[in-house]
Ligand binder design. Sequence first.
Ligand SMILES: Cc1ncc(COP(=O)(O)O)c(C=O)c1O
Length: 292
Amino acid sequence: MPQLAYVNGRIVRHADASLHVEDRGTQFADAVYEVCAVLNGRILDWGPHLVRLRRNLAELAIHWPMEDGPFGLQARRLIAANGHADCLLYIQISRGVARRDHAFPDAAPASVVMPSVVMTVRRFDFAQRVRQLDTGIRVITAPDNRWGRVDIKTTGLLGNVLAKQAARTAGAFEAWLLAGEVVREGSSTNAWIVRDGRIITHPKGSSILPGIARDSLIRLASAAQIVVEERPFTLAEAIGADEAFLTSTTAPILPVVAIDDHRIGNGRPGPVTARLGELVWAEVARQTGWRA
Ligand SMILES: Cc1ncc(COP(=O)(O)O)c(C=O)c1O
């Protein structure tokens, strides 16, 4: 079965899928995106992803007329057409195609620019993430040199890209981004530490991306009577923590066993993270029926 993509209402061969050279997404990163986990053919947390997408579009004043119902149908049609039970759905919506000019295209009726909508699907092995609960992963640290509104999930990701590459080069899974001494988040994940049984993560605001997996974990932890503190924490606090972990759509929860050259706790995944791992994967099973 050939790989398929969605471009502006049409499902086309992935190899033939393309956008105009003057799409504002490519010229200005004037575009927002989402990555959703699909397990057993079902989209995890679809409602929260749509809410975030709508909020981001509104933040950038991108007017996108399609309603949630038809859009969900298009996304599911693409997933079904690709035939992968377990995959990642990528959604990108740019302001559209217009003669290059920094300011928004003129919204006079004769020249209304339609947003460009692209969706792709790629197979993903979620079981590896369950196995990694036993081993954990390492992170490095890097300065957070992104722009000031990283709460908006735009395709302007160069700061994230360079930090992730630094992690790869160092043989680590992720880079935790520092503002001075404060750990904000990872290049594509939210960052957490555990102290005295409580879990701590940076508060929402303009300096982190409000992760869907982060919100989900807060709900699950609270329901299990695990205290959640949304407050800034420092690198020193993280290094001295009992445990650390990260969350994201593509890594719903992974224990962090080392930060730079510092072992966290005894250098093995800890009991609080293990308990949260059970809760997270039970929630995945509840929503999608998926089991490792
Ligand atoms: C910078 C950043 N932080 C956190 C996350 C985690 O967000 P989510 O849980 O919605 O995948 C992402 C996801 O791409 C991200 O890019």
